[in-house]
Design a binder for this molecule. Structure first.
Ligand SMILES: *Cc1c(COP(=O)(O)O)cnc(C)c1O
Length: 468
């Protein structure tokens, strides 16, 4: 784009009518400022270049190419440590589905967390770096016989039973291998954390676990208790994700603990373990207000204690499974701008589409759940006026959006580097090869020199799968 064209374009933008924008989005007073959603220690250098974990994202982009996922190891470890410290006395399991690689499994091990996996391949990734199987939990609604056998053979610390078939399958595997399998039973409490409707029937109409709203959950506990080869430890509940208060957990804890009491009354046996799942929310935009981990712990501990007293239950082994809250804020996605296109809408307003070199193949969340993100111009300072933008990818879908609504400087142009905050969770782990895109590399920064912990997929990798 020529300087003349750019200058005119900027003037046009200043005079153009804003497109419809969400209420939460306010015009930033300083487009160069970094908000709370960036990794700890993220700064701009003298030239205005964004630095994460002490590394210039421009240098990282030059060395590793874009699109790129930068993962701040220091930030990841600090958050993992904060969870372990805040939840002292509890077992903290990192939910590997948010993002797992060999390096991440090592970090999780070294910081003393357990690991939650939900497939045989996630389990194999952890075992490949010697993650202690006793600190691994395995959940999922349709674990195959092979996966269950793999988990029992490895000696995982607990398997979260999700259906009747698993009870008999695990019993057969246990008898075959001469082992006892420690199990929790996944229950659905009727708490729908996404809609904040804590009504008793919501949540029954989905695929996970045994419902508490009928007698299924109690029956499953009794079945596990009576089935040879299974050592029933307790109850597991996971109410959802990106949750900003403890109200949903409060209802879930009350209902799961009612179940523990009902099981005690039915069998005379007190179960020892209660897992309240994951779901702690993080900031993707300035409108998000996550609960501090210490407050999250205080809230949950109080709820559990209140119900324990109410029901006369003994001491419980408690666990929690944060995924997003540990890896989400540590990740920064880095893209190169390719096209800046103002589109005049039917109402006469102008929405500027900023197209980058990635998109729904490296981050499906905006398309999948209308997730919001915050992006900044990362390669320079700009004093240009803010323009309302939609950041989109390069895929053949109009829903291929990365930032539905945001502000960037009005001089944002092709070749600029764009960084998106809070991209560590459910991005690379949900990546696809749509349009034959190659999956992005993950570069760890913050401790030692920057290093790729996952390399970029290549066209050769893709063509090797194609048998012609
Ligand atoms: C997804 C999931 C988690 C992690 O959820 P976050 O929102 O990433 O904290 C924990 N436990 C279970 C069972 C899950 O399915």
């Amino acid at each position: 784009m020529s300087a003349w064209r750019l200058a005119r374009y900027s003037v046009d933008m200043a005079e153009s009518v804003l497109p419809p924008l969400p209420d939460w989005l306010t015009v930033p007073s300083n487009l160069n400022a970094l908000g709370a959603m960036w990794p700890r220690g993220a700064v701009r250098d003298d030239q205005g270049v964004l630095c994460v974990g002490g590394c210039s994202v421009v240098e990282l982009a030059q060395r590793f190419g874009t699109p790129l996922l930068v993962l701040d190891e220091t930030d990841f470890r600090a958050r993992a440590k904060a969870w372990v410290e805040a939840f002292s006395g509890w077992d903290v399991y990192y939910a590997g589905k948010a993002f797992l690689s060999k390096a991440v499994a090592r970090w999780v091990d070294e910081e003393g967390l357990g690991l939650d996996v939900c497939s045989g391949n996630e389990l194999a990734t952890a075992l490949a770096v010697g993650f202690p199987a006793s600190r691994i939990g395995f959940h999922g609604n349709n674990k195959s016989l092979d996966e269950l056998r793999q988990a029992v053979e490895a000696g995982v610390g607990r398997i979260v039973v999700d259906c009747d078939e698993e009870i008999s399958r695990l019993s057969a595997i246990a008898s075959d291998l001469g082992k006892h399998v420690r199990v929790l039973v996944r229950v659905t409490t009727g708490v729908d954390a996404h809609t904040h409707e804590y009504i008793a029937t919501a949540g029954a109409d989905q695929k996970f676990g045994f419902s508490l709203t009928n007698e299924r959950a109690l029956a499953a506990l009794v079945a596990c208790h009576e089935t040879p080869g299974l050592a029933l430890a307790g109850v597991h509940s996971h109410i959802g994700s990106q949750i900003f208060d403890t109200a949903g957990f409060s209802v879930a804890a009350q209902r799961t603990m009612d179940l523990l009491a009902a099981f005690r009354d039915a069998t005379g046996v007190e179960l020892e373990e209660l897992d309240l799942g994951g779901g702690a929310g993080i900031a993707y935009t300035p409108a998000d207000t996550p609960v501090a981990v210490e407050d999250f712990h205080a809230g949950l501990a109080a709820i559990v204690e209140e119900n324990r007293t109410r029901l006369g239950l003994g001491a419980l082994r408690l666990s929690i499974e944060p995924g997003r809250a540990i890896v989400g804020p540590a990740g920064v996605a880095v893209y190169t701008v390719g096209v800046v296109k103002p589109q005049v809408l039917e109402d006469g307003s102008t929405r500027v589409y900023v197209s980058v070199d990635g998109g729904m193949s490296d981050n499906i969340r905006p398309a999948l759940y209308h997730a919001d993100y915050t992006g900044v111009l990362a390669n320079r300072h700009s004093d240009a006026v803010p323009m309302a933008v939609r950041v989109v990818g390069k895929h053949c879908e109009s829903g291929d959006i990365l930032v539905h609504d945001g502000y960037l400087p009005s001089d944002t142009r092709p070749g600029d580097v764009l960084a998106l905050a809070a991209c560590g969770a459910y991005t690379r782990s949900m990546a696809s090869n749509y349009n034959m895109a190659t999956k992005v590399p993950v570069v760890a920064v913050g401790e030692g020199t920057p290093r790729a912990i996952m390399r970029r997929e290549t066209l050769d990798d893709l063509l090797r799968l194609d048998l012609g």
